[in-house]
Write a protein that binds this ligand. Structure first.
Ligand code: 13P
Length: 241
């Protein structure tokens, strides 16, 4: 299975930066990895056009409802309507900054599936939880509260909160242990379907550490923030895979 390299641009990118997505798309055919990019909402339609299917384009969040009186919000159906193929839900920056609960994340994941989008569902422990040895319990609780009813179209991303944007990464043994814990919960929840769910690692992934992280058992790809903003950097990560 080729590695899946997903770029999360977060609240970065203006019209000129579409050139980076065009460059990623131009090289995607030569890459052994699959490339997905989640630009800000404002760039999704242009990104879909310039990537011409070579790179899948997705959203960074969606509302749980398909439409209605929710000023400023974007539904999964709207993302699909623009040509998006996936959406990230439950990112720790939304859990923390927007007060999203596991139940909210589950509702968004269900809404995304109903709109035909693949779902990247993010979970991860804080520094304090990591230091207290609570990682497995935190991951199990987040999965129990946020997994959608069906494993179809589902990807889980393990993103330790303390590794995001900090330059810190867990040891490879810790990544392996976390991914094994997630796999166990997925198979307990979905039976055989849980084996097919891809698990990504995210948090300070760079061209320098990607190869080692991608060699860890059950790491099916990476979810990349800062190092996904330029084609040179993201393609270097894809090459490391
Ligand atoms: P960084 O790669 O910048 O640490 O961000 C990771 C992330 O949050 C991806 O969703």
């Amino acid at each position: 299975m080729p590695a899946l390299i997903v770029g999360n641009w977060k609240m970065n990118g203006l019209g000129d930066d579409i050139a980076e997505i065009a460059a990623m798309a131009g090289s995607a055919a030569n890459s052994a990895s699959r490339l997905w990019i989640a630009p800000p909402f404002t760039l999704i339609d242009r990104a879909v056009i310039v990537s011409a299917g070579a790179v899948s384009i997705g959203g960074q969040d969606c509302h749980a409802k398909p439409s209605g009186a929710h000023t400023g919000c974007i539904s999964a159906a709207m993302l699909a309507d623009l040509g998006a193929g996936f959406v990230i839900v439950g990112h720790s920056e939304r859990r923390r900054g927007n007060g999203e609960t596991d139940a909210d994340v589950r509702a968004k994941a269900e809404a995304a599936r109903a709109a035909g989008l693949q779902v990247i569902l993010c979970i991860g422990e804080t520094q304090a939880q990591h230091d207290a040895g609570e990682t497995d319990a935190v991951l199990a609780a987040q999965l129990a509260g946020s997994l959608p009813a069906d494993a179809e179209g589902l990807i889980v991303a393990y993103e330790p909160v303390w590794a995001i944007g900090t330059g810190l990464t867990p040891t490879l043994a810790d990544v392996a242990a976390a991914h094994a814990c997630i796999r166990e919960r997925l198979t307990a929840r979905y039976g055989g379907g849980g084996h097919g769910v891809r698990i990504l690692y995210g948090g300070s992934v760079t061209p320098a550490n990607a190869a080692d992280l991608l060699k860890v058992a059950d790491v099916g790809g990476v979810l990349v923030g800062g190092a996904s903003l330029t084609a040179a950097s993201l393609l270097a990560i894809a090459a490391a895979a």
